[in-house]
Design a protein around this ligand. Structure first.
Ligand code: GLU
Length: 448
């Protein structure tokens, strides 16, 4: 059987076994396409049926999360944890609290995480979880009661050497702290069970900044290979959460003018350059909508999401840092027409497959999420290492390690692309490099 035949056969089965899971099938389809030459080179992975095993989660847990709202009413949400692959280490991956969360979303994220975590070069397997709980508009007490109930069930399945959750959309420092408190109450002190913790109870310096900073370090490498520098460029950064904020911060530090940011209601355009302090205050402190930026910077403009997308703004660089499938075919066309130089994904799977094809056909430099946004989970693994050794490293030390990791991810992805005949194609390179380590580990460990 050729690589192409094998991949097509397994993909048919995946489609059959997971109907109605469009996001999961999208993530799987993108990876599978990249792996065809790998199976031609290593036919034993076909014999060992690595792909069919890899695409089936080791375990998928779904549970009831009952909680009391401020009116004393009983609310119920659904919680998930997918423990996708432990081939190279304990399950590792964030928790997402967002009304869109369902099994397909959790499985796509968990599947991506396997390859991302492998690319970091650290010993971490792939997992993900979350809930369809919507933190928007909830009081601190409601968030606390919900997260405590969520953790009361989740704690049965996690541990510092088995499964280590962290944050994702809707889960930041506040939620991690509440979950950590509840875990500790039930199991005693084990601070390696969650990452993204506060600095006073085992968190790592630079974890807050890691995904955004890492995205910019990766982009810097990708541009450097083409002798392009970041300095003096303009950028649009979608989103205004943790990834978008710290990507923008690093971009500004390196001399890039960030001219637009967004939230799910709309986007702000500030041709003078976004004032990040205002964005941080609105989003991180007040937890309000981004249009309030105009109260502090009346020269900027605000456009509602239903009117237009942020991608219509002309800039040199685009960083989708909001959520999956936020950048579609027509957005990609607009970006190409406007002369975009590079697109680097900070969110997980923000570009649709047709959008990616448009970038590739136009020869746009493209940094795929699972390589470019791996900085967050990479520093999570450094947080685990610090917790195990009961040490706390300096900001500079962690930041330097992050820079080295992002550089080596870039080199590995670009080398793999070259080796398998697709020079410059970082999507294929990242998928192949991430896959090979996991496949080797699976192959060595026998049929399990
Ligand atoms: N949620 C982040 C991601 O998508 C971070 C996961 C972690 O730190 O475990 O990679």
């Amino acid at each position: 059987m050729t690589g192409k035949e094998y991949v097509a056969k397994v993909f048919e089965k995946v489609k059959n076994d997971n109907p109605n899971e469009s996001e999961f099938l999208q993530a799987v389809g993108e990876v599978f396409e990249s792996l065809v030459p790998v199976f031609d080179k290593y036919p034993r992975y076909i014999e060992e049926n690595i792909l069919e095993r890899l695409v089936e989660p080791e375990r998928l847990i779904s549970f009831r999360v009952p909680w009391l709202d401020d009116q004393g009413k009983v609310q119920v949400n659904r919680g998930y944890r997918v423990q996708f692959s432990s081939a190279i280490g304990p399950y590792k991956g964030g928790l997402r609290f967002h009304p869109s969360v369902n099994q397909s979303i959790i499985k796509f994220l968990g599947f991506e995480q396997i390859f991302k975590n492998s690319l970091t070069g650290q010993p971490i397997g792939g997992g993900k979880g979350g809930s369809n709980f919507d933190p928007k508009g909830k009081s601190d007490n409601e968030v606390m009661r919900f997260t405590q109930s969520f953790m009361t069930e989740l704690q049965k399945y996690i541990g510092p050497d088995s499964d280590v959750p962290a944050g994702d959309i809707g889960v930041g420092a506040r939620e991690i702290a509440y979950m950590y408190g509840q875990y500790k109450r039930l199991n005693g002190f084990q601070n390696g069970v969650l990452t993204g913790k506060g600095l006073s109870f085992g968190g790592s310096l630079a974890r807050t900044q890691a995904t955004g900073y890492g995205l910019v370090y990766f982009t810097e490498q990708m541009l450097k290979a083409k002798s392009i520098t970041l300095k003096g460029k303009t950028a649009i950064v979608s989103g205004s959460g943790n990834v978008a904020i710290y990507a923008s911060e690093k971009l500004q530090e390196l001399g890039v003018k960030v001219i637009a940011m967004s939230d799910s209601s709309g986007f702000i355009h500030d041709p003078k350059g976004i004032d990040l302090e205002t964005v941080k205050d609105i989003k991180e402190v007040r937890r309000e909508r981004l249009y309030r930026y105009l109260e502090f910077h009346p020269h900027a403009s605000y456009t509602e999401a239903k009117q237009a997308t942020i991608w219509q703004i002309k800039a040199d660089l685009a960083f989708p840092c909001a959520t999956q499938n936020e950048l579609d075919e027509s957005d990609a066309r607009t970006l190409v027409e406007n002369g975009i130089l590079a697109v680097a994904e900070g969110a997980n799977m923000p570009s649709t497959l047709p959008a990616i094809s448009i970038f590739q056909e136009a020869g746009i430099l493209f940094a795929p999420a699972k390589a470019a946004n791996a900085g967050g989970v990479a520093v999570s693994a450094l947080e685990m290492a610090q917790n195990s050794s009961r040490l706390a490293w300096s900001f500079e030390e962690v930041d330097q390690k992050l820079q080295d990791i992002m550089k080596s991810i870039y080199l590995n992805a670009s080398q793999a692309a070259k080796e398998f005949g697709q020079e410059g194609n970082l999507i294929q390179g990242a998928n192949i490099a991430g896959f090979l380590k996991v496949a080797q580990a699976m192959s060595a460990q026998g049929i399990v």
